[in-house]
Ligand binder design. Structure first.
Ligand SMILES: *Cc1c(COP(=O)(O)O)cnc(C)c1O
Length: 397
């Protein structure tokens, strides 16, 4: 039995556009920060998402850190972020020497809960005369909001941006896995977020090996991000006008990215088809739900699988073990940040939804090159387990 990975990169064709571009990049000698693939890749992502400009970075994490930095997050600040996210969204806040304020997610889309956000700001903060939003108990300035597009589904951005405006806060969307999703019928560059960060790590919808990008509609802000990402150097002399980072994407990485972008439509439609097969296969089983679908947005189905809404966590673990025994990779999903060692004492406003999602979510294999027979094997294995489990009420909560 061949092993079925959760989500592996689709770059393997030695005659494919990724390999071709990579070889031409090597032949050109421009393998590092100079060369044409980086600007070509930035233009492709900007056009595809509908954003005005883009700055490619070494990783999604560095795009997030850079974004927070150029939006003015400074040491000692507080930044609002959902607790149900990959640790990088929270670490990027720490990299600014700021503190995350962890908020829970909404039951309907698993993204930052706008009602909770409005309520938390209203009850825990005050607006000072100079416009500063201050968290009363800690005395810290609230400096930004970082909504995360969990599972590639855009958050309720208009509502979140309305709240942000009321409190004078900039918004950096962590759209790491959301390339290919749409918001209100248009690309994710069309939201009112000041900036959005996308990742090109190997498990994302397209990959550059490692890499990221900041997109936005304020061309001057993106230009500033680019400047900071290249050591704040004023070319051509070694003149640096502020403290910068070395965060740019290399031409080698961008060469792969340009190749991957020529296949983005194929990847997104494969992801959606895989999610539809799982949804159909498990539709009739009580207590088994598909992942949230948007009202205002269409996700890219970056990850698909099942949410075992009415099952005990031990039962979910049992299913995971059964799949592992059949060489089917279905590892646990992101452990919420408030349960992570570095953030267990971070300020938080929790409702229990993130914990509930984490304990009962089961992402299933969804690589874009997953074969039909492989997915049938996954469906069979999960279906068999759930049939036995639903027959024994003790396993159901
Ligand atoms: C992948 C991911 C990141 C980090 O991106 P890297 O490129 O791995 O640094 C950040 N946030 C979320 C939500 C992610 O899924």
């Amino acid at each position: 039995m061949d092993a079925i990975p959760l989500c592996s990169p689709n770059v393997g064709d030695p005659d494919g556009p990724e390999a071709r571009n990579l070889l031409s990049c090597i032949a050109s000698g421009y393998v590092s920060y100079a060369g044409t693939f980086v600007s070509e890749f930035e233009a492709l992502i900007a056009a595809y998402t509908g954003a005005r400009s883009a700055a490619a970075t070494s990783a999604g994490t560095t795009a997030l850190h850079l974004g927070l930095h150029v939006l003015g997050v400074r040491p000692g600040d507080l930044v609002i972020v959902p607790t149900l996210t990959f640790i990088a969204s929270v670490n990027a806040i720490s990299h600014c020497a700021a503190t995350p304020w962890l908020l829970d997610v909404s039951r309907s889309d698993w993204n930052l809960d706008p009602e909770l956000l409005a309520e938390a700001l209203k009850t825990e903060c005050r607006r000072e005369r100079d416009g500063t939003t201050r968290h009363i108990v800690t005395g810290k300035r609230v400096a930004a909001i970082v909504p995360v597009y969990v599972l590639g589904l855009p958050a309720d951005m208009d509502t979140i941006c309305d709240i942000a405006e009321t409190w004078g806060l900039p918004v950096l969307a962590d759209a790491a896995a959301a390339l290919g999703a749409t918001y209100k019928g248009a690309g994710i560059g069309h939201t009112r977020a000041n900036l959005s960060a996308i990742s090109f790590n190997a498990n994302k919808i397209i990959t550059t090996g490692g890499g990221g990008i900041l997109i936005g509609n304020d061309a001057a802000l993106i230009a500033r991000a680019n400047h900071i990402a290249t050591t704040a150097r004023r070319a051509p002399a070694y003149d640096h006008d502020e403290i910068g980072f070395n965060y740019r994407m290399t031409n080698l990485e961008a060469a792969v990215g340009v190749g991957q972008m020529s296949r983005i439509d194929e990847f997104v439609s494969r992801k959606r088809a895989i999610a539809a097969v799982y949804a159909k296969a498990f539709a009739g089983i009580a207590g088994v739900e598909r992942f949230p679908e948007g009202v205002w947005a269409q996700g890219n189905d970056w990850l698909s699988g099942v949410f075992l809404a009415h099952f005990a966590p031990e039962c979910v673990a049992g299913l995971r073990a059964t799949l592992a025994a059949s060489s089917i990779q279905a590892p646990p999903f992101w452990k919420p940040a408030h349960l992570q060692t570095p953030y267990k004492d971070a300020p938080s406003t929790l409702t229990g939804v993130a914990d509930d999602v984490w304990e009962r979510i089961l992402p299933l294999p969804c690589s874009t090159h997953l074969r039909t027979d492989q997915q049938a094997r996954v469906v069979g294995c999960v279906g068999e387990f759930l049939k036995v489990s639903t027959d024994s009420p003790a396993k159901v909560r």
